[in-house]
Write a protein that binds this ligand. Structure first.
Ligand code: SF4
Length: 353
């Protein structure tokens, strides 16, 4: 770990995959201004720091999930007031996608609250993907665990990105989820990479983990065979009825530290503020952008013209001198610009599987 005076942002700009937990802990332990300085340097070497990518999503199958993720209102075992809904029809999804495109979205993510899709579900989701792709939008999905052949079928249908989070540190994982192993997640991510899909993978902080465990979470992401193309860092949204409701709130500065270290460890990935952003002050969001976050998430509320959340975000961008990152999709469907995909967040009706 270079001393403060020895630090050069360029040293941290080349992606590494051999970070140790103690190195990551040392970064998290840095004096706050020093940590932000380093993260901002890495950010500038890889991105225009005035640009923030904006993603949008649609929950195509909500609630009724058999998994036990302790933060999630969509788990059927928790009484959270989320009504289970069946998989949407393709035309209904297309209608939402057209509206998203008209509202300026370049990427459309479809999320389903499944442990894993059944093979019979794949053609239906593939039809949605092909339909959304035909509109000239980038496509992304989060559907739970995938087999290799399922990942390939989705890729063949035109899927660009797949979201599958590790959620937390391996040490803490068993306190949060018991219905699937972390290795199951690694296996899905491998299938996704092997199919040639771009990966979106992150997790949630504020679930009662220690700083050391946050280091382990970030280290796990940064030592994958390939860094995720995008890294959603969610702040726990406490939903009544879930086991994590009532968890001690994470110090907001710890959240910013997590963002900053993610930026340093994965210099070329998009680092996304996802769930929990609605509960953040403008000042906290500004700190996160200064620490290297360069993507935010909008839910389908984006599709509502004049939505106050969208207007608020636009006003915040204006106040901070930020602008939405432009992404173009060429005739072959290749994306250009800083491309990432939207993930599904842990709010009612949302999954972070
Ligand atoms: S996070 Fe996803 S997999 Fe876990 S309970 Fe919620 S919907 Fe199911």
């Amino acid at each position: 770990m270079p001393a403060v005076s020895e630090f050069r942002a360029s040293e941290a700009a080349t992606p590494r995959h051999d970070w140790t937990r103690s190195e990551v802990e040392a970064l998290l332990d840095l004096p706050f201004p020093e940590l932000l300085f380093r993260a901002a340097g890495v950010h500038r070497l890889n991105f225009d720091p005035a640009e923030v990518q904006v993603s949008t999503l649609l929950s195509v199958k909500t609630g009724g999930c058999p998994e036990d993720c302790a933060y999630c209102p969509q788990a059927q075992r928790y009484d959270t007031g989320v009504d289970a809904q069946k998989l949407m029809e393709t035309e209904a999804v297309m209608e939402k996608a057209r509206a998203a495109k008209a509202a300026g979205a370049s990427r459309f993510c479809m999320g389903a609250a499944w442990r894993s899709p059944k093979d019979r579900d794949i053609p239906k989701v593939a039809a949605m993907i092909a339909g959304v792709k035909s509109l000239g939008l980038e496509t992304c999905a989060t559907l739970g665990m995938l087999t290799g052949s399922q990942a390939q079928a989705l890729k063949d249908a035109g899927l660009d990105y797949y979201n599958h989070n590790i959620d937390t540190d391996p040490e803490h994982y068993g306190s949060i989820i018991r219905t699937r192993e972390l290795q199951d997640r690694f296996d899905t991510l491998e299938h996704v990479r092997d199919a040639g899909l771009k990966t979106c993978c992150g997790g949630i902080v504020g679930m009662g983990e220690t700083r050391r465990q946050r280091a382990g979470f970030l280290q796990t992401l940064a030592t994958m065979p390939a860094h995720p193309d995008s890294v959603p860092i969610n702040r726990l949204v406490q939903v009544e009825g879930t086991p994590l409701h009532g968890t001690a709130e994470l110090d907001p500065f710890e959240f910013v530290r997590t963002i900053a270290v993610a930026r340093i460890l994965m210099p070329k990935s998009m680092v996304r503020l996802s769930a929990g952003r609605e509960q953040m002050s403008d000042e906290l969001q500004a700190l996160c952008f200064s620490a290297g976050a360069n993507s935010i998430f909008h839910g389908e509320k984006l599709l509502t013209t004049g939505n106050p959340d969208v207007a608020h975000d636009q006003a915040l961008f204006d106040r901070l001198g930020l602008r939405a990152m432009q992404v173009t999709v060429d005739a072959e469907g290749h994306d250009h610009g800083g491309t990432v995909h939207a993930d599904i967040v842990d709010q009612p009706g949302r999954c972070v599987a």
